[in-house]
Design a protein. Structure first.
Ligand SMILES: [Cu+2]
Length: 67
């Protein structure tokens, strides 16, 4: 398992946090959103999913991942 943290632009409320957490749960990843910091920490199995899939899932919901 591995944890990565990304800065994500466009998250403004609990709904955003829930959207991102639910999208990543579908990939089998455990996401924790910190709205104040504007970050998403994701615990995932890097042998199963890649970080680029996580980034794509977040961006598919209209948020912008700072890489
Ligand atoms: Cu929101």
């Amino acid at each position: 398992m591995r944890t990565d943290t990304w800065t994500v632009r466009g998250m403004s409320c609990g709904h955003c946090a829930h959207t991102i957490e639910a999208a990543l749960a579908k990939l089998g990843a455990l996401a924790k959103v910190d709205l104040e910091a504007g970050t998403v920490s994701v615990l995932y199995d890097s042998s199963v999913i890649g970080s680029e899939q996580i980034v794509a899932a977040i961006e598919s919901h209209g948020y912008n991942v700072v890489l």
